[in-house]
Design a protein around this ligand. Sequence first.
Ligand SMILES: NC(=O)C1=CN([C@@H]2O[C@H](COP(=O)(O)OP(=O)(O)OC[C@H]3O[C@@H](n4cnc5c(N)ncnc54)[C@H](OP(=O)(O)O)[C@@H]3O)[C@@H](O)[C@H]2O)C=CC1
Ligand SMILES: O=C(O)C1=N[C@H](C(=O)O)C[C@H](O)C1
Length: 238
Amino acid sequence: MRILLLGYGKMGRSIESIALGRGHEIVGKIDMNNAGDLDSLDASKVDVAIEFSQPDAAFGNISKCLEKGIPVVSGTTGWLDKKPEIEKLCKKKGGAFFYASNFSIGVNIFFKVNAFLAKMMDAYPEYDVKVDEIHHTEKKDAPSGTAITLAEGVIDNMVRKQYWQNENVDKDEALSILSYREPDVPGTHTVTYHSEIDDIVIHHAAHTRKGFALGAVLVGEWLPAQKGVKTMDDFLKL
Ligand SMILES: NC(=O)C1=CN([C@@H]2O[C@H](COP(=O)(O)OP(=O)(O)OC[C@H]3O[C@@H](n4cnc5c(N)ncnc54)[C@H](OP(=O)(O)O)[C@@H]3O)[C@@H](O)[C@H]2O)C=CC1
Ligand SMILES: O=C(O)C1=N[C@H](C(=O)O)C[C@H](O)C1
């Protein structure tokens, strides 16, 4: 597979290492310094683009690739207000686009457990629920994309929670997401149900970025044979 890396920071480098180990070729690396090179890129030399850049760069990167007919795997968080536009462009161009807030298999299992637990806890209003996330201090967005997906999983399955806020809020209908930044933490997420009597806690802690990077490469191997807007549910069939 000939892979174009959009974003060559912590994730781009980790994806490069996994991709080379699986026998793939890296045909280009785009970061802030050479972002203009994407405009003149020859799309016939690329099978798939893997995009882990930053919130203000993702939309431009992805739309340029889709315009050129390059399938795109994106993991950048913090730009999702513009995702509907990308999905429209993908359909218009007959292309392939994949987004996930988290590419780790473990987190995607955790998402399913979270939705199941929220449905069960809907019948027990004595429990309040919150989401905590901890990431490294260089992270540009808050809350994390993963925390937002977890919050959406609760809200979709629990009648009493209607929206999330990125602060501690004491309202029955609001779900608090609390964000913490600490050196070197790859990504830790916790969902806690608290009552006067006890706590029920589900927790995922990434030990390294390998799980995110491997997931992105595996999706990159799969996506070029697909058409349309795809998600982890299409890929993993959990
Ligand atoms: N979905 C998932 O599973 C995961 C998602 N992420 C997300 O991926 C993104 C990247 O994370 P991470 O690698 O840790 O961040 P880094 O800050 O380490 O890397 C970001 C990279 O993007 C580059 N960049 C900046 N502007 C552009 C541009 N216009 N075009 C292309 N590249 C550009 C930066 O270049 P320069 O170095 O020159 O500034 C840098 O190389 C974040 O949004 C993060 O939340 C992270 C882990 C897992
Ligand atoms: O920025 C990161 O590092 C991570 N970002 C993703 C997110 O915002 O959820 C995924 C992972 O937690 C690491």
